[in-house]
Design a protein around this ligand. Sequence first.
Ligand SMILES: *Cc1c(COP(=O)(O)O)cnc(C)c1O
Length: 367
Amino acid sequence: MSRGARITVDLAAVRHNLARARAAAGPARVLAVVKADAYGHGAVAVARALAGLADGFAVAVVEEAVALREAGLGGPILVLEGFADGEDLEAAARLDLWLALHDAGQVVRLARAALPRPVGVWLKVDTGMHRLGVAPQEAAALWRRLAGLAQVAGVPVLMTHLACADDPADPATARQLACFAEATAGLEAPRSIANSAGLLGFAAARGDWVRPGIMLYGVSPFTDADPARWGLRPAMTLESRLLAVRDHAAGEPVGYGGTWRARRPTRLGVVAIGYGDGYPRHAPNGTPVWVAGRRVPLVGRVSMDMLTVDLTEHPAARPGDRVVLWGPELPVDEVAACAGTIGYELLCRVTGRPPRRWVDEDAGSGS
Ligand SMILES: *Cc1c(COP(=O)(O)O)cnc(C)c1O
């Protein structure tokens, strides 16, 4: 019945990668970032696999946190975008969520709110990302104000976010670290700076809480590195099967628009996967595809349900053979680089069509 396209998520790999993050974090506590459905891996399944191993979770929006609580996950959950309205605030207090606050207006609204109980807050300081965050020169005063509010539980955490840590040679990171140190000097508060790249690339960014995301899924956070260099194991496999193998004459085009023509007599493989499953339509000719033990080039335009590969150099390939679009056999970042994007995007935008299953070799069970 199944055409073969499917997503397999290796939860043992996620746990392995969390252990790598923890080793790099030293004494800092680790918030596992599971926003955007755990970068396409299934937020509830990933959070359950990491429960008791991570010190908490981070998501982007309140709805994502609510879904984790409804699935029975306890412990800290930080909402990175904070609250949008009173409903979010009320949910945060009721469900014991932590909120990142990024402007002075939110501090005022929190001070006026009648909450069933206090909420944990993180104050986000803009040290150079220039997306969200309070100005460095107002950070200390806002933090003191928050620390004195009855609506705030415990000591507010000071946080910032790095814009260029994926390139360890970029001097912007050192400037951001210096700006954060200066803006928060003398405040007796826990600090949080590092995403995956900050954690692996900058010891000075460790702080009290680290926030790794992409590395948990087995993808290098750096522009030029493969995951194995950091001891990371890819967690997601996007795979399918060879639907057909065809003889194709020299000069003939294949697929929509006839964008590729065979220069020689060619064995063409048709793979049962396409952009309707989340494979990038703009992946060009030559993008690597793993077919039964060997890499072959993509040829022609990716369509909604199928794509084509050149099997001329792979005479053993047969219909029904296993094809991996990305996974342990083929790092997602290699495919992403060909398609002009990053592994993050490809992982996040797999669609709901291919069945997704979770395997857990350590626990010896699948679901
Ligand atoms: C997404 C996000 C992270 C995780 O980033 P990775 O690069 O995936 O490790 C950490 N902190 C904030 C504020 C984020 O938005």
